[in-house]
Write a new protein. Sequence first.
Length: 113
Amino acid sequence: DSDNLADPYVKMYLLPDKSSSGKRKTQVVKNNLDPVFDETFEFSLKQEEIADRDLELTIRNDTKFFSSNIKVMGVVTIDLSKMDISKAATEWFDLHPEDSDDAEKPVSVESDV
């Protein structure tokens, strides 16, 4: 944005599925560099499928409708086999630049069973 603020949103994929059934997206939080996405998303999975899945969260800056320049602000991939999904939890994960393993900024993920 010209005002140096972002219009962030989060795109989620339940990997390895990148089809529309494995994709979710938050609402855009306008003019905010420290957004809170207080939204709930569900994926239908059997317990035994979780060990083979990762949740990829990509934080993006919403751009003008006709712009082809989508700005990725950070990415984190969460190995679901390492999470205890039998109970609700809040965990922090470091965001990385796209195509990098260098940590940039932490992001909180909350799960409810």
